[in-house]
Design a protein around this ligand. Structure first.
Ligand code: APR
Length: 299
C-alpha cells in the first residue's frame, strides 16, 4: 500500500532516510525517548538483557520476583535489598556515552524539544544539556524523601549514606522520626512525576520526529508514549533487539505500537545495533562527527 505523497515523510524506511528527513525537513521538535540500553556502554547494566541484565542477577536478595526490588510495597516491608543494590549501582564517576552526547548535539543544533528518559543515572545532565530539556520519567537520585515525615534530603546526603558501608538503610535525622529515607526514583506502584505528564501533554502532539534509543518498551505508561505523536510523525528505534511492535491482536483492536516491517508502514524505522553505533552513524551522515568527537573528549 503506497501512502499518499503528502503523508509519507521518509523517502526510505532506513536510518539514512531519517537523517535525510532531518537534513531536508529540519524538524525542530524532536523528542528522544531512552532506556537503560543507552547507559550499558557507560558500565551500568540494563534490566532485562538475558544474563547481563540486573533482573538476572538478584538471586542473592532472595526476592519474590526480580522487579520486587523496585516495588514500593516490598520496599515498605524490607528496604534493605534495594539499598544494597543501590550501593553497588550508585553512579560513581560515570560518564555519558557517545549516544548521550549525540542527543546533546540535537539540542545544540536547536532540534531537540525534549529528552524523556527512564534512567535514574542522571547521565543526561552530565552532557551539559539545559535541565528543562530532560524529563526523568522514573525520577532520579537528585532528592530523597523520608517515608514517614516527608522531609527532603539532597544528593550529597544520600550519596554519603550509600557510600557509608556501616549504613544499611538511611534513616531520617529529624527528632523522633527515624523513618526510612528513599531516593525519589519511581518504584513500581508509585505515580510518575507530575512533570512527566505536564511536559508530555505539551510535547508529544508537537513532535515532528521521535527517536527511541535502548529500551525494551515494556514498562507503562512510558512505553505507550510512542503512540502519542502524530500519526504521520516518523519514529526511529535504535536497539539491540526488535521491540515495541504491537501484536497482531493489538493491531486488530487498534493499539498500534511501532509498525516497522509491517505492511502499509510509511514512517517507522528499526535500526538494529548499539546506541553508540547508531548515534555515530547518524552523526557521520549529518556531518556532525567532528563536533561530536570534541563533545565526547571534553566530557
Ligand atoms: N545499545 C542498544 N540497545 C541496547 C544496548 C546497547 N548498548 N544495551 C541494551 N540494549 C537494549 C536491550 O536489548 C533492551 O531491549 O536496551 C533494552 C533495555 O531494556 P530494559 O533492560 O528493559 O531497560 P528499560 O527499557 O530502560 O526498562 C524500563 O523498567 O525496571 C524498570 O524502571 C525500570 O526504567 C526501567 C524500566
Amino acid at each position: 500500500q503506497s501512502a499518499t505523497c503528502s503523508s509519507r515523510k521518509l523517502r526510505s524506511l532506513t536510518i539514512e532516510g531519517v537523517v535525510e528527513f532531518i537534513k531536508t525537513e529540519k524538524p525542530k521538535n524532536i523528542i528522544v525517548m531512552t532506556g537503560a540500553g543507552i547507559s550499558t556502554s557507560a558500565g551500568i547494566p540494563d534490566f532485562r538483557s538475558p544474563g547481563s541484565g540486573l533482573y538476572d542477577n538478584l538471586q542473592k536478595y532472595d526476592l519474590p520476583s526480580p522487579e520486587a526490588i523496585f516495588q514500593i510495597d516490598f520496599f515498605e516491608k524490607n528496604p534493605e535489598p534495594f539499598f544494597t543494590l543501590a550501593k553497588e549501582l550508585f553512579p560513581e564517576d560515570l560518564k555519558p556515552t557517545p549516544c548521550h552526547y549525540f542527543i546533546r548535539m540535537l539540542e545544540k543544533k536547536g532540534l531537540l524539544r525534549r529528552w524523556y528518559t527512564q534512567n535514574i543515572d542522571s547521565l543526561e545532565y552530565l552532557t551539559g544539556l539545559p535541565e528543562d530539556k530532560v524529563v526523568t520519567a522514573h525520577g532520579n537520585h537528585h532528592t530523597s524523601t523520608c517515608r514517614k515525615c516527608s522531609t527532603k534530603y539532597d544528593l550529597g546526603w544520600i550519596t554519603a549514606k550509600l557510600k557509608d558501608k556501616s549504613c544499611k538503610v538511611p534513616h531520617c535525622e529529624k527528632l523522633s522520626c527515624g523513618g526510612v529515607v528513599k531516593p525519589d526514583i519511581i518504584f513500581f506502584g508509585e505515580a510518575l512525576p507530575r512533570r512527566f505528564f505536564h511536559c508530555a501533554i505539551q510535547d508529544f502532539p508537537q513532535c515532528d520526529l521521535l527517536l527511541i534509543f535502548g529500551t525494551s518498551l515494556v514498562v507503562q505508561p512510558f512505553a505507550s508514549m510512542v503512540n502519542e505523536v502524530d500519526a504521520e510523525c516518523p519514529r526511529l528505534l535504535v536497539n539491540l533487539e526488535a521491540v515495541g511492535r504491537a501484536s497482531r491482536l493489538e493491531e486488530m483492536i487498534g493499539t498500534t505500537g511501532l509498525c516497522y516491517g509491517r505492511d502499509g508502514n510509511t514512517r517507522d524505522v528499526f535500526w538494529k545495533g548499539s546506541c553508540d553505533e547508531g548515534a555515530r552513524k547518524m552523526a557521520d551522515l549529518l556531518g556532525w562527527d567532528a563536533e561530536l568527537d570534541i563533545l565526547i573528549e571534553q566530557g
